[in-house]
Design a protein around this ligand. Sequence first.
Ligand code: MN
Length: 259
Amino acid sequence: MALDEYKRKRNFAKTPEPEGVVAPKREKRFFCVQKHLASHLHYDFRLEHNGVLLSWAVPKGPSLDPKTKRLAMMTEDHPVAYGDFEGVIPEGYGAGIVMLWDVGTWTPQTDDVDAALKKGDLKFTLDGYKLKGSWVLVRTGGRFPGARSGGGDRSWLLIKHRDDWAGELDITEFAPKSVKSSGDFEDILAADNPAIWHTNRPAKGGDTGAMFNEIIEKAARLKASRSSGAEKASRASSTKAADTPAASKKKKTAPRRKK
Ligand code: MN
């Protein structure tokens, strides 16, 4: 595994994303999901393997319902250091806002992950704050001809297996915020530079463009209220505390459901 594609797509003088190094093997395998508002909203699902993060972009995000199969497009391997990243990518590849939506460890349900990947059928368990239990990634193949390798083999499905952690709860709606900062996209942008996309924003039209407009305006208001005097600042922070459960960062938010 190498990080050549990761490096080729980025200019590290212009992006806050980490530069790529292959990490030493660890006892526990890390996983994360990064909610990424770029040209379209998607969830980047990443599993640590052989010193890098195997990565899939899941447009609709993971579903806890075994009947709901979610398209997962395999993307380039990312450095393990990326797994902690949350912030604003001002321009270039992936320009937009990255939120660390879930983190934890994963365990393959096979002794040979490489063989499972090659076969296109990787079963594993997750132990995150939001995602838990048994899952599978299955390559569908052929649905997107012309993708990398010419065979459309980037197309997979992410499916929850039936267990105590499965259910009909919409986890992306139920737990939409960051496990790192407890904030939403506007909080992440407000901590950076809300004016960054006054011209040339990552998406202009459609639902994504509207989402960007709203987040940029909210972030500007947050930043203004925080920097304009103690009274306003305290009001802004109490508002933030009110819609950010104090426990959300530490507490496991996925409710256990009985079969
Ligand atoms: Mn992404």
